[in-house]
Design a protein around this ligand. Structure first.
Ligand SMILES: Cc1cc2nc3c(=O)[nH]c(=O)nc-3n(C[C@H](O)[C@H](O)[C@H](O)COP(=O)(O)OP(=O)(O)OC[C@H]3O[C@@H](n4cnc5c(N)ncnc54)[C@H](O)[C@@H]3O)c2cc1C
Length: 423
């Protein structure tokens, strides 16, 4: 039953998915080495992270003691109109944390001697008994199992499924963080304590409180994290990605290189189309930045002794707020399958794939529906129907960053299983 203390695992990518997988396998007695392309400690990937109860269940199971101050709690969701009035509110308790905080909690549980920085995977070779990772610097690592947790542009996925590429969805997310200390009291009263939205035509602004610098959760020391989705067709995106020297950046542009006139245009638009609370946030954000939004789906998650997890396998638009929870659930399902049948690694990975492939597809599809109304082009009748369905204040408050649709699917599937003998 046990996978045995002599089994070795190679994890490619030392971010959230890779670290959770490493911790779960370490717990089960595997010798695990993590290989991360970046040479320094990782920091500041994205600002806020919406959590779901399943994330904490997996972390507990990986042996992480979750500190009480892991995030900031909110009790409800609110939608604000252009005049600043609260149009709708509904209870929805949730904990909001940050990428840095989660990363630090996980990273400290992996010994430095097992976390190898500055190692970029180039290619993988698989044999009957082992798998070998070859790195760009000429070094290599041997193991019984390799986990591709190397994100959106995964080299692992690229080797096996070169056609599975991120697809730009036709809108971007402007993002920013504002210190509570610089905000007017009225804005703090309206926004802090809530997950809040504004719905300009064909766009969506949302925000929620997160810890301040040094993970401070005390009132007065927190920050507000905002995300503003705005349509941008391909040629507009190209212009946004052009820096002052004329270089057009490929996937995203480092925040300091965004041209000042691009930021200025965004700030001007904020004054015109956003509720005043949100316009204030944008005005007081020192360095807003943007990320193009992509959909990505892998056709398989198990390739012999190689598994794909997290963003390397599926990237959903952020509306479901599921990236980190999905990565944790992938890692959990994989470690559970290996614990059941560690003697047959390819067989165990197929069991893992059966559990997670459909779920990845469902999350991506759900996020696509939620975001349809923000696409620069709405092309199909299905997109039009979803655009109409998911743009009301009530739908936005119910469906954003909620994974309830997955349990509805499970209930439906269980019902179908129960009914099938009658058919
Ligand atoms: C606007 C926006 C908002 C979001 N909001 C949320 C949210 O509210 N909640 C949420 O849960 N998620 C959110 N996400 C998604 C979340 O950030 C990711 O889903 C999550 O971090 C996935 O982690 P990962 O470890 O799979 O991939 P990544 O974090 O991308 O990590 C991959 C790692 O692999 C390394 N790597 C890459 N190539 C190689 C190589 N060849 N060799 C070695 N190492 C390599 C990279 O350097 C990186 O460290 C959001 C994303 C966006 C864009």
């Amino acid at each position: 039953m046990s996978s045995g203390p002599d089994k070795t695992a190679i994890v490619i990518g030392g971010s959230i998915a890779g670290l959770i997988a490493a911790l779960l396998l370490q717990r089960d007695g595997w010798i695990v080495d993590v290989f991360e392309r970046v040479e320094s400690e990782l920091a500041g990937r994205g600002a806020g992270i919406v959590t779901h109860p399943d994330l904490f269940s997996v972390l507990r199971s990986a042996g992480i003691a979750i500190p009480a101050d892991i995030g900031v709690s909110v009790e409800s969701r609110r939608v604000f109109g252009l005049d600043g009035k609260c149009l709708a509110e509904r209870p929805h308790p949730q904990i909001l944390t940050s990428w840095d905080r989660l990363y630090q909690e996980l990273r400290q549980c992996i010994p430095d001697s097992r976390y190898h920085k500055g190692r970029t995977l180039e290619r993988i070779e698989q044999g009957e008994e082992a798998v070998v990772a070859r790195f760009v610097d000429g070094s290599s690592a041997n193991g019984d199992l390799l986990i591709g947790a190397d994100g959106l542009r995964s080299a692992t996925r690229g080797q096996y499924f070169p056609a599975a590429q991120p697809a730009y969805v036709g809108y971007i997310a402007w993002r920013g963080l504002v210190d509570e200390a610089v905000l007017p009291v009225a804005v703090i009263e309206d926004l802090f304590g809530h997950f809040a939205f504004a719905l300009p035509d064909g766009e969506q602004m949302l925000g929620y409180p997160v810890a301040g610098p040094d993970n401070e959760n005390r009132p007065g020391h927190r920050r507000y994290n905002w995300v503003w989705y705005r349509p941008a067709d391909r040629s507009t995106l190209r212009e946004l990605l052009r820096d002052e020297t004329g270089v057009i950046h490929d996937v995203s542009i480092p925040p300091p290189l965004i041209r000042p006139e691009v930021v200025l245009a965004m700030r001007r638009a904020a004054e015109q189309v956003l509720a005043p609370q949100f316009a204030t946030l944008v005005r007081l954000t020192p360095q807003p930045f943007f990320q193009p939004i992509y959909d990505l789906e892998t056709p398989r998650m198990a390739i012999g002794r190689v598994a794909l997890i997290g963003d390397a396998a599926f990237v959903a638009r952020p509306h479901v707020g599921a990236g980190v929870t999905k990565a944790a659930q992938d890692a959990f399902a994989m470690s559970a399958a290996l614990a059941q049948d560690g003697g047959d690694i390819p067989g165990a990975l197929l069991t893992f794939e059966r559990k997670r492939l459909g779920e990845g597809n469902r999350i991506v599809a759900r996020a696509r529906h939620l975001g349809a109304y923000m696409q620069a082009q709405i092309e199909t009748p299905e997109e039009r129907a979803n655009a109409a369905r998911f743009r009301t204040p009530e739908a936005i408050m119910c469906d954003t960053a909620s994974l309830e649709f997955l349990s509805a699917h499970e209930d439906g599937r269980n019902a179908a299983v129960t009914l099938s003998p009658l058919n």
